[in-house]
Design a protein around this ligand. Structure first.
Ligand code: GDD
Ligand code: MN
Length: 375
């Protein structure tokens, strides 16, 4: 009995690994077993493994995967602690694989695993670099999506396609199979921001990829909930910006300017309230509005612009103080220049705007060198 089992195992081990399927998960416990059953059925005859990449789900997803993986050696688990992000999870899963062909599928059963073998064959047997499950090619559909979401998604896709000069009909897809070498060529240039890993891979490829698209119908989620939120949409927009203009304008600078523009708005609102509402003297109000705007800018820059060097705890307090100090001189200039202009031109918002703009330039130059300096 034992010898027979062992022989079986040895035989199984003699067949080389053909395909790794990366499954990013965040709170998908109820979907794990149904997904594995479907993959088992769909991938019969292909030597495959599943690599779950879990970002600290609180619903026990990782524990469930671990308990399955201990019995079934074709299931693997990567746990990431203190990190979130679909794109980076997918990349990490792929980099942990040694298979010649790599696939990605969502855990929530919205992607139709039945086309996975065809995607695999397009890459493994038919020489494609990349095979994409698409919701837009003939035969594919977004299922019973709300019309508004479908329209928005379609428009975003057409825009991206035009901007990135790819003729892929669903560059936003999260369901695809790729040849290892094709992935590896893109990896050094990836942004790994947000949700759009496929778009990132295509846009980062040093040479054009041979692509096959296979239609499927995007299913409705039955368990768990979507993790798509405003912050992720913003990250997608930033990814697009980075791919389009990153060569000329560093993303960080663009973000700082964006936050600065918001800060100017905050500054003007605060100033209006302090002058108009509270009836403070202009100079006092301008100083107060500067503090409000600076604090807001610090929080936003810390959260987005410098999220890779994000300050927290004591570092956050220290950073805020240094940000105030760095901007202190800028604020003196800001208030001084604002007051000077206000003396000759009594429109408070003109004076405030010019003062704040000068302050912002100063803030950028010094804060990137001092407040968020590289460790
Ligand atoms: N590890 C990890 N970390 N996984 C995550 C994270 C994260 O921060 N956020 C989401 N996931 C996992 C979810 O658990 C799920 O398995 C999968 O990524 C997709 O998340 P959803 O929140 O369900 O995304 P969606 O349905 O709105 O969009 C998906 O399908 C679209 C169509 O193919 C994504 O794959 C999109 O990128 C894709 O455009
Ligand atoms: Mn989903």
């Amino acid at each position: 009995m034992y010898a027979a089992t062992r022989a079986l195992f040895t035989q199984a081990r003699l067949r080389p690994l053909a395909l790794s399927v990366v499954v990013p998960t965040y709170n998908e416990r109820a979907n794990v077993e149904p997904l594995l059953e479907r993959l088992d059925a769909a991938l019969l005859g292909i030597e495959w493994e599943a690599i779950f990449v879990d970002d600290g789900s609180s619903d026990g997803t990782a524990e469930l995967v671990a308990s399955l993986a201990i019995e079934q050696r074709h299931i693997r688990l990567i746990r990431r602690v203190g990190r979130r992000g679909l794109s980076s999870a997918v990349v990490e899963g792929m980099l942990a694989s040694v298979a010649p062909v790599l696939g990605v599928i969502d855990a929530d059963l919205q992607h139709d695993e039945a086309i996975l073998p065809a995607l695999y064959r397009a890459v493994a047997d038919e020489g494609c670099d990349l095979a994409i499950g698409t919701r837009y090619a003939a035969g594919g559909s977004t299922g019973d999506w709300a019309a508004a979401r479908a329209r928005l998604s379609g428009t975003a896709t057409r825009l991206t396609t035009r901007l990135l000069r790819t003729d892929v009909s669903d560059p936003m897809s999260g369901f695809f199979v790729i040849r290892r070498e094709a992935l590896m060529a893109s990896v050094p240039h990836l942004s790994t921001m947000g949700y759009k890993i496929l778009l990132d891979i295509i846009a980062s490829a040093p040479a054009p990829l041979t692509v096959r698209e296979l239609p499927y119908t995007f299913r409705a989620r039955t368990a768990g909930e979507s993790k798509l939120d405003a912050a992720i949409l913003l990250e997608s927009a930033l990814l697009l910006f980075d791919k389009l203009f990153g060569r000329w304008i560093p993303l960080r600078f663009a973000m700082f300017v964006g936050v600065g523009a918001l800060g100017v708005g905050v500054h003007l609102i605060a100033l209006g309230l302090l002058v108009g509402g509270a009836g403070l003297r202009f100079t006092t109000a301008q100083a107060g509005a500067s503090i409000v705007a600076m604090t807001g800018n610090f929080i936003l820059n810390n959260r987005f612009t410098y999220r890779d060097r994000r300050l927290s705890g004591l570092g956050f307090v220290r950073g805020l103080i240094s940000f105030y100090l760095v901007c202190g001189l800028g604020m003196i200039a800001n208030v001084g220049i604002g007051a000077m202009i206000y003396g000759s031109d009594h429109r408070w918002w003109v004076a405030g705007l010019i003062g704040a703009a000068i302050g912002s330039v100063w803030n950028y130059a010094l804060s990137s060198a001092l407040t968020w300096k590289r460790a």
